[in-house]
Write a protein that binds this ligand. Structure first.
Ligand code: PLP
Length: 436
């Protein structure tokens, strides 16, 4: 791959001698698309600027958090004000309750909330809590769903593992892996069968509210509702992972768009990304009787030096306060506009594809027009090789896409006409590259 970003190239050389693969999170290494990762130095609105001074329209949005656009003035003001009061107190602060109140008001399935620092911590705690509450060991997860890098959920975990073509992670003991049942996504019959066999020992089913780590996959009609019904019938819990979808796909997350209307509620939900507006905050919440199993009220231990960090809380409160229904309507409209433009550019070059969609989240899959992508096998069976040339063509035209076909494209409220036009103008050349 050619690169005309010498400063990024030098930084990557240096980083590789200091950090494994030169990165602190694997997908950033451009492993599946090739070439040198760009080192970013600033971000504003819909744009990123790299160390060579090249500007990109950003379709990663920090992997989701930047719903309002980068460096939103109200969020920066709140963060600056919080920083001036001190970085961390190791004690409770008013904004923790303010953020929890906002979440509870928006997502009625949340009766209690615990702040943590990453999405991984949120799902890890939810799993421990489910085991503590039910007194059972087994967890069901779905192939292609990513819930962070906790040992027990790294089997067939999509995202970086899919990008690197790894089935799971070394370092996870057989004993730990044996406590996770991995089932095909969108297959309630497989869930019923697993419960028929192991029902008395299944603590929880964990699922992404809508999968977005094997590319985007739409939960089939009644799938999440079915999980809610089956878990309830067997005394197990349903953990709905909204780390990626929460406060991004809608005012009350993906559950707010779907499950609330369908009349079911998860027992626990996990949040991350948008809830911290770009600062390291995540959370788990749900039924009060389950959440109250957490220490100090209950016997399930969980703690964090920087949990509820005041600067992160300020960013979260400001972000959610400005993430109004109008913001979601705007991002929804931009998402439809961009996916339609992407599809026509690919059609014009005869590139077989499907647009995979869940609310305002979408991704493209290649060679899948006849059947679409409904599970991990479909996702892995696509013509993934078409993505690298597509990605690099877009990058050369100043559009920063996720460096993996197994990731969603993220838009923001700051993607205005100028930003959209730049993306749309870049699509024909990229489609041609994908066709080759
Ligand atoms: N759950 C989902 C659905 C995610 O997409 C992610 C991260 O992408 C996580 C959990 C883990 O979050 P974090 O990277 O903050 O640990």
């Amino acid at each position: 791959m050619t690169s005309n970003t010498p400063v990024s190239d030098q930084l990557f050389d240096r980083a590789q001698s200091l950090m494994p693969g030169g990165v602190n999170s694997p997908v950033r290494a451009f492993g599946s698309v090739g070439g040198t990762p760009k080192f970013m130095v600033s971000a504003k609105g819909a744009y990123l600027t790299d160390a060579d001074g090249k500007e990109y329209v950003d379709l990663v949005c920090s992997w989701g958090p930047a719903l309002l656009g980068h460096a939103h003035p109200a969020v920066l003001d709140a963060v600056h004000a919080a920083v001036d009061r001190g970085l961390s107190f190791g004690a409770s602060t008013p904004d923790e309750a303010n953020l929890a109140e906002i979440v509870k008001e928006r997502v009625s399935a949340v009766e209690r909330l615990r702040m943590v620092s990453t999405g991984t911590e949120a799902t890890m705690t939810a799993v421990r809590l489910a085991r503590g509450f039910t007194g059972r060991n087994l967890i069901i997860k779905f192939a292609g769903c990513y819930h962070g890098h906790l040992d027990g959920l790294l089997a067939a975990a999509g995202s970086g593992l899919a990008t690197l073509a790894l089935p799971g992670s070394a370092g996870v003991t057989a004993a730990t892996a044996a406590e996770t049942l991995v089932l095909p996504y969108n297959d309630l019959t497989a869930v019923e069968a697993a419960f028929a066999k192991h029902g008395n020992n299944i603590a929880a089913v964990i699922t992404e509210a809508a999968p977005a780590n094997m590319g985007v996959v739409t939960p089939g009609e009644g799938f999440n509702a079915g999980l809610s019904r089956i878990t309830a019938e067997h005394g197990a819990l349903l953990i709905l992972d909204e780390v990626l979808t929460g406060f991004r796909t809608g005012y009350a997350g993906y559950w707010g768009l779907t499950g609330r209307q369908e009349g079911w509620a998860p027992d626990l939900l996990t949040f991350g990304k948008v809830i911290g507006g770009g600062m390291p905050t995540a959370a788990l919440g749900g039924r009060a009787d389950v959440m109250d199993y957490l220490a100090p009220v209950g016997p399930v231990y969980q703690a964090g030096t920087l949990s509820g960090n005041p600067v992160a809380m300020a960013a979260g409160v400001a972000t959610l306060t400005h993430a109004t229904p109008d913001v979601y309507a705007y991002v929804d409209a931009r998402s439809l506009e961009l996916s339609a433009a992407l599809s026509s550019a690919l059609d014009a070059e005869g590139v077989d594809h499907s647009i995979q969609r869940a609310g305002n989240l979408f991704s493209v899959a290649f060679g899948t027009s006849t059947h679409g992508v409904h599970n991990y096998d479909d996702a892995q069976g696509q013509q993934a090789y078409r993505y690298a040339p597509f990605f690099h063509s877009m990058l050369d035209s100043g559009v920063y896409l996720p460096p993996s076909v197994f990731e969603a494209w993220f838009l923001s409220a700051a993607h205005d006409d100028a930003a959209m036009n730049r993306i749309v103008d870049a699509l024909p050349a990229a489609a041609k590259a994908a066709a080759a």
